[in-house]
Design a protein around this ligand. Structure first.
Ligand SMILES: *[C@@H]1O[C@H](CO)[C@@H](O)[C@H](O)[C@H]1NC(C)=O
Ligand SMILES: *[C@@H]1O[C@H](CO)[C@@H](O)[C@H](O)[C@H]1NC(C)=O
Ligand SMILES: *[C@@H]1O[C@H](CO)[C@@H](O)[C@H](O)[C@H]1NC(C)=O
Length: 264
């Protein structure tokens, strides 16, 4: 009961806070230590849709709006790298209709995001598709490559859109290419550093992961950024469904990060 009431309050505040008040909050936060790299496990789109008696696709579409919102907040805070788990390799096991709908959404939104005047160009963000792209349908792969191409000279920040991704697949690929390199260079030793350098996120230039956030009250990592979660990564779970996730959910997480940085 109390939780439901609080959630209602938060979403009320979320919609009532004026843009000016939000900017003010962001500026106050930006005065403290800011994480370089924040990752989101964007969980809860389907439960959000079910709760509101909407189609699953609608939940995913609103999830994309939330990604935009969070990306803009992160850019205003000068966070230099954002990673988002858009599609797990495991998600291919969902119903063909849902997979198809997600792929259609990805194809159209990818290009939208990179258009002149849209978010990625406005904040000079380079898009980096992270994952086993050979599993994507050809038209989605083409859109992904085109979107990367459109943003490749952007240099203020990085968006790692992870699709279709799992950590195990990424680590296995990194080990394979480390072995190939070591054979090429006739060098039998493979270190942590070598594998790290071959990760898809490292190749895209991502800084170390400072905060990993999973929404919708589920406490699992679901094969996401397992190697990148290092000694200092803060893992944060939020009860909010991803489509509802916004500044007011993010602030306590950032304050927690800042408190820990200050107490070092
Ligand atoms: C963010 O970075 C830009 C350019 O690096 C700088 O001009 C601006 O003051 C920074 N903003 C904040 C809030 O730190
Ligand atoms: C991508 O997935 C395919 C099929 O599971 C696998 O054979 C291939 O090694 C994977 N590639 C990478 C780069 O992970
Ligand atoms: C072999 O690889 C290791 C780890 O990458 C490196 O430290 C070492 O310098 C390399 N040795 C040679 C002979 O290239």
């Amino acid at each position: 009961m109390v939780l439901g009431y609080l959630t209602q309050c938060t979403s009320w505040l979320q919609t009532t806070l004026t843009e000016k008040a939000k900017l003010g909050l962001i500026n106050v936060l930006a005065a403290g230590p800011i994480p370089r790299h924040v990752a989101f496990v964007m969980d809860g789109n389907r439960r959000y849709a079910r709760r509101l008696h909407k189609q699953v696709q609608q939940g995913h579409a609103e999830g994309f709006v939330a990604l935009r919102r969070m990306l803009e907040i992160c850019m205003r805070l000068n966070i230099t790298c954002v990673s988002a788990y858009a599609f797990s390799i495991e998600n291919f096991k969902r119903s063909p209709e849902e997979v198809e709908a997600l792929m259609t959404l990805a194809r159209s939104k990818l290009l939208e995001l990179c258009q002149q005047g849209d978010l990625l160009q406005e904040y000079s963000v380079r898009l980096n598709i992270v994952g086993n792209v050979s599993l994507l349908p050809p038209d989605v792969l083409e859109a992904a490559r085109k979107a990367e191409e459109m943003t490749k000279y952007n240099n203020r920040a990085i968006l790692n859109l992870c699709m279709p991704y799992t950590s195990r697949d990424e680590i296995a690929a990194a080990v394979r290419s480390s072995i190939d390199d070591s054979i090429d260079h006739n060098n039998a030793s493979i270190s942590e550093k070598d594998i790290d350098a071959h990760l898809m996120t490292s190749k895209g230039g991502s800084p170390p992961l400072d905060i990993l956030i999973r929404t919708s009250g589920v406490k699992r990592l679901s094969d996401y950024l397992l190697w990148q979660c290092c000694e200092d990564t803060q893992i944060q779970f939020s009860d909010t469904y991803w489509p509802d996730f916004g500044l007011l959910d993010f602030i306590p997480i950032l304050l927690d990060y800042q408190r820990k940085r200050w107490s070092l």
